[in-house]
Write a protein that binds this ligand. Structure first.
Ligand code: HAM
Length: 402
């Protein structure tokens, strides 16, 4: 993928997150393994199968971060960033590492942009997070962006729903080996997420988690839907979305795309009200999401949305050896004025320099030779039209800017 496109996505995300009041946070590439085992869940595929774990020279178990949320929470607690009664909003760009079978849209080293909103239990916080994800994609011009939302409730819901789900899938479970059965027993919601065709078949017509919600979860989910409708955020209810990490409570969501084939999730997130407390911090209801940069690029590509790389404002062309110094000085002046300007460094002929200006799609070629030097002028060529005129060197920056 082209680095300029990643830069563009990160800049767009930083700008958007900044508009909603999010500050950037950066976390280390690796953390204590225990952090992920305690937070992502010891039944999740991420923890059981996908972590890059190694022992360091001090015999500590370390893991390359497979996701960004737990490291952000660790960092927030370690640096006491939480203030009682106030909301903390953070965004990040992070590399993640997951030992998965690589395929289109799924890589062992991938990159995420994400937001975490800590300290609000209000459905307005969930709506804001879903809104940011949606606005990001809409801002890039992506078509068909719809958030798939679900509510997986809390402990009481889970306990009741668990029994119903296990009962429904009893036939399928009987055919599994003991280890797989144990994993399902620990977290039956995972069944809904399974890519195993037999599991998908067995779960056809399974009861919906939405029919088992506690009253507070139901009210939260209803309010979220009204808020999304008020903000004109396209959404659909998708009871099959449960997410692959264990820390979620109530709201979960994904934005899916049919342009991605099997790896259909462009982004995912949800509420994780118990996570900060489980990590030894204060009770801090929180919600967040992360989006995959590579998947975003794939969808932009398939929808013809890749922007052109930025072009230089000017290539300053040297038409005779005595103009070399003037060429360098003019390029420097243009840069000081905030414009992008280049000049040849490889001894190209006049024709070669103009060809190069065309190739890099410069807006202007500014040609300086002996005659121009004597007159204090430059030949200004508009590359798109080929029009050219003599202009005074003094004040040429203003002309280029206008
Ligand atoms: P996740 O759903 O595991 O959530 O990942 C979020 C997004 O990262 C996915 O939707 C996908 O676009 C991208 N992604 C994940 N794994 C890969 C991979 N192997 N290759 C390419 N792209 C990938 C989380 O990571 C949560 N921490 C999100 C979150 C933040 N929840 C609350 N706050």
């Amino acid at each position: 993928m082209d680095a300029y496109l990643w830069r563009h996505l990160e800049d767009q995300f930083a700008k958007l997150a900044g508009q909603y009041g999010y500050d950037e946070i950066q976390t280390p590439t690796f953390e204590d393994t225990d952090l992920f085992c305690r937070t992502s869940g010891d039944t999740s595929d991420i923890v059981t199968k996908q972590m890059y774990t190694f022992e360091d020279k001090g015999a500590r178990s370390m893991t390359l971060k497979p996701e960004g949320t737990a490291p952000v929470m660790r960092s927030v607690l370690e640096h006491s960033l939480l203030q009682q009664g106030s909301v903390l909003k953070l965004w990040y760009f992070t590399t993640i590492f997951r030992y998965e079978r690589p395929q289109k849209g799924r890589y062992r080293q991938a990159h995420q942009l994400g937001c975490e909103l800590l300290g609000s239990a209000s459905p307005q916080a969930d709506a804001e997070i879903i809104e940011i994800a949606t606005r990001f994609y809409q801002g890039l011009g992506l078509k068909g962006v719809v958030a798939s939302i679900n509510c997986i409730g809390r402990q009481e819901t889970r306990a009741r729903y668990r029994d119903a789900l296990l009962q429904h899938a009893a036939g399928y479970l009987a055919g599994l080996d003991q280890e797989a059965r144990d994993r399902v027993q620990k977290n039956p919601l995972r069944l809904l997420d399974s890519k195993d065709p037999a599991a998908i078949e067995a779960l056809a017509g399974a009861p919906s988690v939405l029919d088992y919600l506690e009253d507070s979860s139901r009210a939260h989910f209803d309010q979220l839907q009204s808020l999304l409708t008020d903000a004109s955020i396209p959404y659909q209810i998708a009871p099959e979305i449960v997410r692959g990490l264990d820390y979620y409570t109530d709201t979960v969501f994904e934005v899916l795309s049919t342009d991605l084939g099997a790896q259909s999730a462009l982004c995912g997130g949800g509420r994780y009200d118990g996570l900060v407390k489980d990590m030894g911090g204060p009770d801090t209801p929180s919600v967040g999401f992360a989006l995959g940069i590579e998947r975003c690029c794939l969808v932009m590509q398939s929808q013809g949305l890749i922007p052109e790389p930025q072009c230089p404002d000017a290539v300053v062309v040297c038409a005779s050896p005595e103009a070399e110094s003037a060429v360098r000085q003019l390029a420097a002046r243009l840069r000081t004025a905030g414009l992008s300007a280049q000049h040849d460094l490889s001894g190209k002929s006049l024709k070669g320099q103009l060809k190069w200006a065309d190739k890099v799609r410069a807006r202007y070629a500014i040609i300086i030779g002996a005659d121009e030097l004597a007159a204090g002028n430059a030949t200004l060529r508009t590359m798109a039209s080929g029009e050219q005129s003599q202009v005074p060197l003094d004040g040429i920056e203003g002309r280029l800017r206008s």
